[in-house]
Each structure stands twice: as C-alpha cells, then as structure tokens.
Design a protein around this ligand. Sequence first.
Ligand SMILES: C[S@@+](CC[C@H](N)C(=O)[O-])C[C@H]1O[C@@H](n2cnc3c(N)ncnc32)[C@H](O)[C@@H]1O
Length: 261
Amino acid sequence: MNHDNIVVTTTKPREHLIEIARLISEEINIPYLVKGNLSMAKFMETNNLTDVIAVREDRIQIISENGEFFFHPGLAIPRIKNYKKTRYDTMIEAMQLQPSDVLLDCTLGLANDAIVANFILKDKGELVGIESSPLIYAITKWGLKKYSRGSKATQESMQNIIVKNENYDTYLKKLPSKSVDIIYFDPMFNKPLYKSNGICGLRNFANYQQLDQSTIDLALKIARKRVVFKDRSNSSNFGKLNVDEIVGGKYSPVAYGVFIC
Ligand SMILES: C[S@@+](CC[C@H](N)C(=O)[O-])C[C@H]1O[C@@H](n2cnc3c(N)ncnc32)[C@H](O)[C@@H]1O
C-alpha cells in the first residue's frame, strides 16, 4: 500500500488541536494542511490524499481508503484487571518483570503489551517503546497521552511510556552493552491471528520485519536479564533461534520465547 499522499489536519480549527497537528507534522515530517469547511471526503479528494491523520477533540485517527485507525488499549485493561486478581500474566511471567526494571519494547505497535508491563513498573522502572512506522508511532504516542478512560493507575501506566520513532536495528546499535534489563519483541504475524482484533487497523501501516539471529545476539549483549519474543505457539522460530525457555502456549495460540542472559 502506498502512503505517499498523507497530511495531518484538525477536524475543528481549535488552537490546542492545531498545536498537536503541527507537532505531529514536525515529528514525522508530513505536511500540516488546513481542512477548513470541507468534509473529510472532499478534503481528501481535492488534495489527492491517500491518508489523513485527523486530530479530533476526543482522539487522533488515521482516515484512509481502508477505513479508520485509532489508538485503543485493546486487551491491556482486562489483562491488568486480571493481573490484579491473580498476580499472573504470561508475558510478565516470561519477562520475570520486576518493578525497578528498565524494559525496552522493540515493537511497540499500539502499546497494549507495554501498558501491561508499565503497570508493573509504575514509576520505579522505565519503559522505552520503539516503533518504526511513523504513522503508528504518531497514533500510539498521542493516544497514550490523551487516553482518558480506565483507572487512574492504568492511565498513569500509559502516560509515562517513552515512545520513539526508530527501527530497532538502528536503535539497538546505539545502546551500550548491559544497559537495559529486558528486551522484548512482538513482530507482526504474516497472517492475522484474530480477524476482529484491534491489530487489524495497524496491519496496513506496520513494518513486517521478522526477528533473526543477529538481532537476538545483539539484544543479548545489551540486556542484563532476558530477551523475550512473542510468536505463535507452534512457530518454528523457537527451535531456529534456540531459545532457553518457552513460556505459555499450552492453552493459547501464542507463546513467549525466552533467552536468559
Ligand atoms: C504485532 S505489532 C506489536 C503489538 C504490540 N506488542 C502491542 O501490544 O500493541 C508489531 C509492531 O512492531 C513494529 N515493528 C516491526 N518491525 C520493527 C522494527 N524493526 N523496528 C521498530 N518497530 C518495528 C510494527 O510496525 C508493528 O507496529
């Protein structure tokens, strides 16, 4: 899919929306264009646009010929609720995440996993999320800032995630050895696991890079404790990448491959 003709605009000419639109325009290097009184369809047609990032009062969304895509925390909120009750989440178990850990999420996406992880870290640890797609980066960064539902603790778990628009290959190369505790990867599946899942909107804009041995080797130099990746439970990657442990997958279509440093 071609995303060459993309701009950011606001749905209403309000100063605080214009300010966010201008920041997004600068951050991901796309033009800011005033929509004026045109309908969104007419605005897109007149300017020959394939996609628009629309800054609205309640949310920031991408409008494209395939529909709309916006930030939502997906299963993060029920997972946090469940964790509070049971003290168990398979991803947290695979990471052996401790509140004071520094966690690097190399494939942030809509930050659903990151929100759950950051609930454990609260303000004791640190979570940096890397997303290479500029559009997903913008939607997630501003979505995490603006989301106003859920408990105060969940909102706080969203607000202090540090979001960066980079490719993990370039980002990892800049990090000193043993500088973070845990490194996490959740690459795109080539075929979606759940058709109705929120990840569907993201699929049009995502990077489909797959994990390889050289990335795992580099991550193992940078991590102090663990490198963890998510994959289908029946994936051949667990064997190919020679994991130390597989967590989950017995009753679930996904499992976590763990490398212990
Ligand atoms: C399956 S999604 C991650 C979903 C995320 N764990 C969540 O809970 O919302 C994978 C994301 O990683 C991003 N990605 C893939 N390869 C990347 C790379 N090399 N560097 C940074 N981000 C990457 C994709 O664009 C996509 O948004």
